[in-house]
Ligand binder design. Structure first.
Ligand code: NAD
Ligand code: MG
Length: 288
């Protein structure tokens, strides 16, 4: 496993509580660029978990730029969510529904989807992107509460949200799941998290086979180190200040550099692709 170089400081120390807040980050992550949209998702109705911040925010904004309406499910970060919605509504003139919900609970997943479908009537794209991690030095330090929370948010919610959304999908629908480079190469201090991300890879492959006859494609994205609120809210300062410098490109990615993979997988450009993962990870070869 590659290690970051703690001597190479590229970010200031900035401890935060969970869930991390994007507006408090220094520097703030880059979630949009000046590239024009190409209407690749014209009038699609898209649901994105964790769309308030980080990777999910960049995906939500990229989808709106491509002509989609977006519903964002997030835990509690109202200010981050409002900022994302403002960009979508004011800059890209698309609809944005904000749905605070704790998706570690099945009932909350069902309620969130019923709120969204009351407005959107159907769903074209579901992006399962919300996630948590609790780094620990040793397996003996992983509490059962955190283990269960990690699996509930990262994996169970995908089952619950897909179940709730399925009746609202049409032929041509897409499900896109966020895994991680840790699913492929392991992570010594994220045992439970990397196990959830491996489960997401297997689930994506199996669900793609299961839904192919309905004309629904299921793919995923496995990012490397990306500068998002997850990082200062979960890792100790030493890891934060040199975050991402261990990649072959020697730097972390920005959310805006990950979002195009999600646009590709949601659009007809990828219509012959299902059950696969894209790896925006700064050049680490992981295969699969
Ligand atoms: P982020 O903190 O911006 O996004 C995670 C989101 O998950 C939060 O905004 C939060 O609202 C949501 N969330 C957490 N618990 C929830 C709950 N119980 N109910 C509803 N929503 C909940 O961080 P991010 O890095 O953009 O994370 C997005 C995804 O990317 C995660 O699945 C993460 O594991 C994955 N990922 C991140 C990196 C990275 O380096 N940042 C690398 C690989 C994979
Ligand atoms: Mg957030």
């Amino acid at each position: 496993m590659q290690k970051s170089n703690p001597k190479k400081k590229i970010f200031p120390a900035q401890p935060q509580n969970r869930p991390g807040l994007e507006f408090k980050m220094k520097p703030e992550p880059v979630y949009d660029d000046l590239s024009p949209g190409a209407n690749k998702l014209a009038n699609k109705k898209c649901v994105i978990t964790g769309g308030d911040s980080g990777i999910g925010r960049a995906v939500a904004i990229a989808y709106a730029k491509e002509g989609a309406d977006v519903a964002i499910i997030y835990l509690s970060e109202d200010k981050d969510a409002e900022e994302t919605a403002e960009v979508i509504r004011e800059k890209y003139k698309r609809e944005c529904l904000l749905i605070p919900a704790d998706i570690s609970k099945e009932a909350a997943c069902k309620t969130a989807v019923s709120k969204i479908t009351r407005k959107f009537k159907h769903i074209d794209v579901l992006v399962n992107n919300a996630g948590v991690h609790y780094p620990e030095e040793s397996i003996t330090e992983i509490t059962t509460a955190n283990l269960q929370k990690t699996f509930a948010v990262n994996v169970y919610s995908i089952f619950w949200l897909v179940k709730a959304c399925l009746p609202y999908f049409k032929k041509g629908g897409c499900i896109i799941n966020t895994s991680s480079v840790t699913a492929y190469r392991g992570s010594a201090n994220l045992l439970d998290y990397s196990a959830t991300k491996g489960a997401i890879v297997s689930l994506t492959r199996s669900l793609s086979a299961n839904l192919i006859s309905k004309g629904i494609r299921v793919n995923g994205v496995a990012p490397g180190p990306i500068w998002t609120p997850l990082i200062p809210s979960s890792f100790e300062s030493k890891k934060v200040t040199s975050f991402g410098t261990e990649t072959p490109m020697k730097r972390p990615g920005q959310p805006v550099e990950v979002a195009p993979s999600y646009v590709f997988l949601a659009s007809d450009d990828s219509k012959y692709i299902t059950g696969q993962f894209i790896h925006p990870n700064g050049g680490e070869i992981v295969n699969g």
